[in-house]
Design a protein around this ligand. Sequence first.
Ligand code: ADP
Ligand code: MG
Length: 249
Amino acid sequence: MNNETATPVLEVKHLKKVFGKNEVLKDINEQVSNGQVICLIGPSGAGKSTFLRCLNMLDQPTSGEVLFEGQDLTKLDDKQLDKTRENMGMVFQSFNLFPHKTVIENIKLAPVKVKGEDDATATATAEKLLKQVGLENKADAFPASLSGGQQQRVAIARALAMNPKVMLFDEPTSALDPEMVGEVLKVMQDLASEGMTMVVVTHEMGFARNVADKVWFMADGYIQESAEPKTFFEHPETDRAKDFLAKIL
Ligand code: ADP
Ligand code: MG
C-alpha cells in the first residue's frame, strides 16, 4: 500500500480539549498510519491520557476532529460511536479486569455480549490469545490470583479479543513492579512486529527507542516534536524536550 495516499487509521485535526479554564490540548494535528507504532511521551499532566481518551471519545473534544479511517468520530451518535469503538482496543495503567470472572470469562465477555459471537468461537479466540500472551495455563484463574504483569497481559488479550484495528495503551506498565515490566513490554513488542497499529503512552524510553516508528513529545498543550526515535532521543529540537530527557534519562 502506498502510505502517501492511504487514509490514516487515525487522524486528529485542530484537536482541542479544555477542562474549565484549563486548556489541556490546544491544537493537536497528527496522523497514525496503518501498522505504525507511536509512542507518546511527555511530562506528567501534559495531557497524554486526555489525548488518548479523545482518540476513542472517552473524553469529548472541545473542538476539532478525530478521524478513524477517515470518519469523524465527533459527528457520530452514541450508537455509531459504540460500533466504531469496537475497533479500538484500550489498555489502562490499572488493569480493570472483572474480579468475579475468570481470565477466560474476562476475555470472552465483550465478543459474546457486544459482538454476539457464539461461545465456541469466543473460547477458541480467547485460548489463542492467552497463548499469545503466555498465559494459556491461566484460563480458569481469577484475576486476584495473578501477578500484576499477568493481569495486564490478560487485559491486553481482552482488548485483542475484539479484533481491533488499533490499540491504545495508557502507561500499561506504570503500575507494575519492575520485574514484571519486561513481560508486558514483550507482548506489546510482539504485537507491534505483527503489524498492529498502536499508540502507546509510556515512560519506558527503551521501548520507545526500540519499538516506536515515531515518538510524539507532548508538552504545554501541543505535540512539540514528532520524530523517529533515534532523531528524537539523540537530537531533540526543543528546550522543552531537552529538559524532559535530561530529567528522565
Ligand atoms: P497526563 O496523562 O499527561 O499526565 P492528563 O491528560 O491526565 O495528563 O491531564 C492533563 C490535565 O488535564 C491535568 O491538568 C489534569 O488535571 C486535567 N484533567 C484530566 N482529566 C480531567 C477531568 N476529567 N476533569 C478536569 N480536569 C482534568
Ligand atoms: Mg496519564
